[in-house]
Design a binder for this molecule. Structure first.
Ligand code: GLU
Length: 482
């Protein structure tokens, strides 16, 4: 039975890389009928914040991803300590009473420089009797893993992405398991929970690859076979640096994409293509399709670049995928997604009206917020000012525009206000004027929309309604006359 976990530390907003880690775990679980676990790694009391925890939940909620079990490490500290004690009892760890060791936290999830392991003379070799006596006397200590230095052993594991990994024990320092405060280090807490929660696959960022050697040692000391590992390539900025909020700003935070008009399903699709691709190289995929084809084999080892510039904060692929998802989703769902965006901009549009507008603009928006650019004339009472010259059709003049608009005014006063009714009425109006239909429609379009590029004319007129169309055409006539 497959059991995977996403284990964020609540020390910042939900990073795009973390979201991708969640998704890969989730896809693997859902594809294989496994269990998805959310484990909050909140043992670092100094760095945890409630705001960060909220941002993680908010981000996941927006993405619409679910999980089956949820834990907080801070509620499981006894379990972590028990593992440290049992490793100590087996002689596979020792107490380190040096004051420097007691003070240092050694909870870095970052790799130590090779060979930079702490050698605190006399600690490793201390007899069990002396160690027990000093502990009983209340002297503070750190519990350190006794890495079998000098044994010639090599720690090995197979990574589903990066292949066979090996490291000599001599290159692994005697790392801390339990701090003098009794708090577990990341290595201890993570492994103790992975053991207890019967995690079968650890899927996480490549920055944890070197930690895994320590974890393999802990799993073995705990008496169990390590889980399978799959480390994910890092997400990097166009300049090759690791993505960070400090350096790269809001493009790193999931909620930025939500607030800028990305659809959760499109954003999930985009994140999946960062470091993974399906065998058939398909790009646009629904969540269901992703669940159907996801596998670790498609993950590649090179870091994945998110492209952005100062002027253009979003990766072109992300925007393209978003447009594709918008184009192909049911108009009713799109309408529902657009409504809050329009309301947030201060327009009081009803759901019914939005449902009528949506099919007219579905092909024209890439981000949800584009609705405000392409459909503003549906929402606003007054058109944004435009120059009278816009009303003059190509290969025509002001007189032609005026005649067209006057005829349109007459026609629309009585025409049946349906797509087909308007189509028929305006075409025969053009014919009676002896003007090409296209030339007559140009000034009408500008008169009602305020610009030349706009959604299909008859549908637009129909949705705007007779009253507004007539008023705007009258205004256009006045503009031409003045
Ligand atoms: N809390 C760790 C992190 O945020 C979890 C790493 C792991 O999955 O073991 O990176």
């Amino acid at each position: 039975m497959i059991r995977v976990r996403f284990a964020p530390s609540p020390t910042g907003y939900l990073h795009v890389g973390s979201a991708r880690t969640f998704i890969f775990n989730w896809l693997y679980a859902r594809r294989n009928g496994g269990t998805m676990i959310l484990r909050i790694d909140d043992t670092d009391l100094e760095r945890n914040t409630e705001a960060s925890l909220r941002s993680i939940f908010e981000g996941l909620q927006w993405l619409g991803l679910d999980w089956d079990e949820q834990y907080r490490q801070s509620e499981r500290l006894d379990l972590h300590r028990q593992l440290a004690e049992s490793i100590l009892a087996k002689g596979l760890a020792y107490r380190d009473f040096t004051p420097a060791a007691a003070a240092e936290t050694d909870d870095t999830e970052k790799p130590h420089a090779a060979g930079a392991w702490l050698a605190n003379p006399g600690q490793r070799e201390m007899s069990a009797e002396e160690s027990d006596r000093r502990a009983a006397a209340g002297e503070p200590y750190v519990i350190r893993f006794r890495v079998p230095h000098g044994s010639g052993e090599v720690v090995r594991f197979h990574d589903a992405v990066y292949g066979e990994q090996s490291k000599s024990v001599d290159d692994i320092e005697d790392f801390a398991l339990l701090r003098s405060s009794g708090a577990p280090t990341y290595h201890l807490a993570s492994c103790a929970d992975d053991v207890d929660l019967r995690i079968t696959h650890v899927v996480r960022g490549q920055d944890h690859l070197t930690n895994t050697f320590k974890h393999v040692l802990i799993f073995r000391a705990a008496g169990i076979e390590p889980p399978q590992f799959a480390h994910l390539p890092l997400l990097i900025a166009p300049d090759g640096s690791k993505l960070s909020k400090r350096k790269h700003g809001p493009v790193v935070s999931v909620t930025t994409y939500r607030d800028s008009g990305f659809l959760p399903q499109a954003f999930i699709n985009f994140l999946c293509l960062l470091g993974w691709s399906p065998k058939d190289d398909r790009e646009k995929m629904t969540r269901e399709e992703l669940v159907g084809i996801f596998s670790f084999e498609g993950i590649n080892r090179s870091n994945a670049v998110i492209n952005f510039t100062e002027e253009d904060p979003f990766d072109a692929k992300a925007v393209w995928l978003n447009a594709e998802h918008i184009r192909t989703m049911p108009a009713a769902s799109l309408s529902e997604a657009l409504l809050p965006v329009v309301h947030a901009a201060g327009f009081a549009v009803t759901a019914e009206k939005m449902a009528q507008i949506t099919p007219l603009i579905q092909e024209r928006i890439r981000l949800l917020r584009d609705v405000l650019l392409v459909a503003d004339f549906f929402f606003a009472q007054e058109l944004a000012p435009y120059p009278a010259t816009e009303l003059i059709p190509k290969k025509g003049d002001a007189a032609m525009a005026l005649r067209s608009l006057q005829k349109a005014l007459e026609t629309l006063a009585t025409a049946e206000f349906t797509h087909d009714g308007l189509d028929a009425a305006l075409r025969s109006a053009a014919e009676s004027l002896g003007i090409k239909a296209g030339q007559m429609f140009e000034p009408i379009r500008v008169a009602v929309c305020g610009r030349k590029t706009a959604p299909p004319l008859f549908g637009t007129l129909e949705v705007l309604g007779r009253e507004i169309c007539l008023a705007r055409i009258e205004q256009a006539i006045a503009k031409l006359n003045s």
